[in-house]
Design a protein around this ligand. Structure first.
Ligand code: SF4
Length: 322
């Protein structure tokens, strides 16, 4: 059966890579289904991914057991990585989820390597480790068990309260190693959430998950990302998220404005043209010269939120590639 790999740092493009060259996978027989989702099984050659040099990721090592994401966020920067084997970055990214079915077996083997130095491992740096597939495959849970047994520090970033299914396991791991669980909460505005993250759990449930984690003494909080100009960036909208996170016992890690890398740019702007043509024209102007929001906009939203740029901490680059 053919071997293939994701777009990686050595593809020669000018864009930052999302994955390192270790991300070789082989298709294996078998698929799965869940309502409107299709799961494509692959075997990964390696599961611990060394982050490419120059990356903005918070750690040197990441694990991503799924590719594609049923949360289907219209602004997702990981979309372009789905363009292989005939899969596209639009509906296929949302509905055809690639599952590394040997993830637990691989991580156990790699952690047993005497050269493994127990550096921190981040999960959720690209696609969501607690997306709907995890309810069926439980691979993230298996990886956490392996990391905890090895005493490897780990962090999780997710949009799903499904992570609380593993609360006992995470709490036990937190007693012996450095653990944190954070959430991406771009907005609590129900209209904006429904429009821009059509497959993700309600962000109010994420706040409740923060509360449950904090009550168990697990370090937790949220990154407010992406902040969408004229959609979720008013002072009231930003303060609502900050207050909710803090009142739940979580830490606010900062703001991450929308980042439109090629591929994501076309997908997002096509969606916006239908959703709000006037706003589409506004975004074309805002993002005419760069994939990134300008510095003055960063300063503006921080001021509106009552945060200083010092808050651009651990996950400041979460709305940008590793
Ligand atoms: S939850 Fe994250 S990985 Fe999943 S679609 Fe949304 S932005 Fe992309």
């Amino acid at each position: 059966m053919a071997e293939f790999r994701w777009k990686t740092i050595d593809d020669g493009g000018s864009e930052p890579a999302l994955f390192g060259v270790d991300e070789l996978v082989t298709p294996v027989r078998g698929t799965g289904r869940m309502s409107d989702l299709e799961f494509l099984h692959v075997a990964a050659k390696r599961i611990l991914n060394r982050v490419p040099t120059g990356s903005r990721a918070p750690t040197n090592w990441t694990i991503n057991v799924y590719r594609g994401c049923s949360h289907a966020c219209v602004f997702c920067f990981a979309r372009p990585t789905h363009e292989y084997l005939g899969l596209n970055l639009g509906e296929d990214f949302d509905r055809k989820i690639v599952v590394k079915i040997n993830a637990v077996e691989r991580v156990r083997a790699e952690l047993a390597d005497p050269r493994w130095t127990n550096e921190p491992v981040a999960m959720g740096t690209n696609t969501d480790p607690y997306q709907r597939a995890e309810a069926k495959y439980r691979l993230t849970r298996g990886v956490i068990e392996a990391l905890a047994e090895r005493g490897t520090p780990f962090s999780i970033l997710t949009k799903s309260p499904l992570v609380t299914r593993d609360l006992d396991l995470i709490a036990a791991a937190a007693k012996t190693t450095d653990v944190r669980v954070d959430f991406s909460v771009g907005t609590l505005d129900q209209r904006v959430w429904r429009a821009t993250e059509p497959g993700s759990p309600n962000p109010r449930l994420r706040i409740e998950a923060i509360r449950r984690l904090a009550e168990r003494g697990i370090r937790t909080g949220a990154l407010i990302a992406p902040v969408l100009p004229a959609l979720s960036d008013s002072a009231q909208q930003l303060r609502e998220v900050i207050d909710a996170v803090r009142n739940a016992g979580g830490e606010v890690h900062g703001l991450g404005p929308l980042y439109l890398r090629p591929g994501t740019r076309e997908h997002f702007l096509s969606w916006l043209a239908d959703y709000d043509p006037a706003l589409h024209a506004d975004y074309l102007r805002r993002y005419a010269d760069s994939d990134y929001a300008p510095e003055r906009y960063l300063n503006l939203v921080h001021a509106r939120a009552g945060l200083t740029r010092r808050h651009r901490g651990r996950y400041a680059a979460r709305s940008q590639p590793e």
